[in-house]
Ligand binder design. Structure first.
Ligand SMILES: [Zn+2]
Ligand SMILES: [Zn+2]
Ligand SMILES: [Zn+2]
Length: 102
């Protein structure tokens, strides 16, 4: 998949989350979201997808996240996985290796 498609998908996902949940503070209590000053349900930011983008961008800069499946230290793949690279987990690494033979 191309990088610009990923970016679009990210924007879409953030909009989807803001439409279905609202501000990320409703979902993740106590998180620090840059520019989201009010609490959760009271977030009156017009574009709450911006809260989601800030939330995710803040997370990826602060913790290890697999660049393919998005698993983290706290939420690993089913069956468990470990870091093969800084941003690639063992499950995804196996998938890449089995596909790249074509
Ligand atoms: Zn907000
Ligand atoms: Zn992964
Ligand atoms: Zn994983």
């Amino acid at each position: 998949m191309k990088a610009d498609e990923f970016q679009k998908a990210f924007a879409l996902a953030c909009r989807f989350l803001s439409d279905s949940i609202g501000c990320p503070k409703i979902y993740a209590e106590g998180v620090d979201i840059p520019d989201c000053i009010l609490d959760g349900e009271n977030c009156e930011r017009e574009n709450q997808w911006e809260c989601w983008q800030s939330y995710f961008l803040d997370r990826v800069s602060n913790e290890q996240v697999c660049r393919i499946c998005g698993c983290t230290q706290e939420s690993a793949c089913p069956g468990g996985c470990w870091w093969v690279e800084d941003d690639l987990c063992s499950s995804c690494s196996e998938n890449i290796n089995s596909q790249s033979t074509s």
